[in-house]
Design a protein around this ligand. Structure first.
Ligand code: CAA
Length: 262
């Protein structure tokens, strides 16, 4: 299926969604959210795909936020629905059962940073710029940014960034823990792809269990988190992948994970 505002590419078990509205620095419009929702649904139902990469088309922006021209025309109720729609699509991305990597190639502002934060981790180009500038528009982040940034960098750092709307360079984003790795612009996609290929070699069952355990475990107390880990550890052992992985180790060979989902 072809889209107007995003590009979906699937190759060798790795899907890539590129935000693609270059004239608006890939800003998140209503139409883009509809398409993103469809693409994420396709990926969720495609049992071949093991990793998703999110990036921005062009060399200037990952996503420069929600589409401000659309926002400016909304009344309070429409903007509440738009925020909820954005939150729901972000939630769909965040709960995909496969690892999702953000390759942030330029501006990741407002909704752009919010989209990057629902990924499991972020690699950034040296040219990337991060921030939640909604306050400069008289707004607050509306696609989960107030919640996810605080969880990622702590309440105080999140409040400073949200109250001032200031931007961080890629190096600063690395320092505060938003980003895992900063790469020269020309090697960003190679670095992300190399990590994606490494992950795609792992067993699907264990990848899903690891993702869900960290995700849901981080929202509960330690004891409950360890209980989730304990259950998912047992589920992994019930999968053929765990038999294959442990046998391969003992037989001194590389494992070949077939990976059925539980
Ligand atoms: N929405 C709509 N259009 C946007 C946009 C956005 N978020 N960001 C950039 N554009 C458009 C510009 O209007 C401009 O269009 P024209 O050529 O038709 O004038 C084009 O993209 C290029 O942008 P600039 O000329 O501004 O490029 P620049 O290099 O001078 O500046 C920038 C780049 C610093 C990213 C600047 O464009 C900017 O500040 N953008 C807005 C960032 C922002 O405030 N994001 C938060 C949005 S609100 C939000 O996200 C709410 C939410 O959480 C729910």
């Amino acid at each position: 299926m072809s889209f107007n505002c995003i590009i979906l590419d699937i190759q060798d078990q790795i899907a890539t969604i590129s935000f693609n509205r270059p004239k608006a620095l890939n800003a998140l419009s209503n139409e883009l959210f509809d398409e993103l929702d469809q693409a994420v649904g396709q990926i969720r139902n495609n049992k071949e795909i093991k990793v998703l990469i999110l990036t921005g088309a062009g060399d200037k922006a990952f996503v420069a936020g929600a589409d401000i021209s659309e926002l400016a025309a909304m009344d309070a109720l429409k903007s509440k629905f738009f925020s909820k729609k954005g939150q729901d699509v972000m939630g769909q991305l965040e709960t995909l059962p496969i690892p999702v990597i953000a390759a942030v190639n330029g501006y990741a502002l407002g909704g752009g940073l919010e989209a990057a934060m629902v990924c499991d981790f972020i690699y950034a180009s040296e040219k990337a710029v991060f921030g939640l500038p909604e306050i400069t528009l008289g707004l607050i982040p509306g696609f989960g940014g107030t919640q996810r940034l605080a969880r990622l960098v702590g309440n105080n750092m999140a409040k400073e960034l949200i109250f001032t709307g200031k931007s961080l360079t890629a190096a600063e984003a690395l320092e505060v823990g938003i980003v895992n790795k900063v790469c020269p612009p020309e090697s960003l996609m190679d670095e992300v792809m190399s990590t994606a290929v490494k992950i795609a070699r792992m067993g699907r069952v264990a990848l899903r269990a690891a993702k869900e355990t960290v995700h849901y475990g981080s929202q509960v107390d330690l004891e409950t988190g360890c209980k989730i880990e304990n259950d998912n550890f047992g589920l992994c052992m019930a999968s053929p992948d765990a038999k294959e992985g442990t046998s391969a180790f003992l037989e001194k060979r590389k494992p070949e994970f077939k990976g059925e989902l539980f």
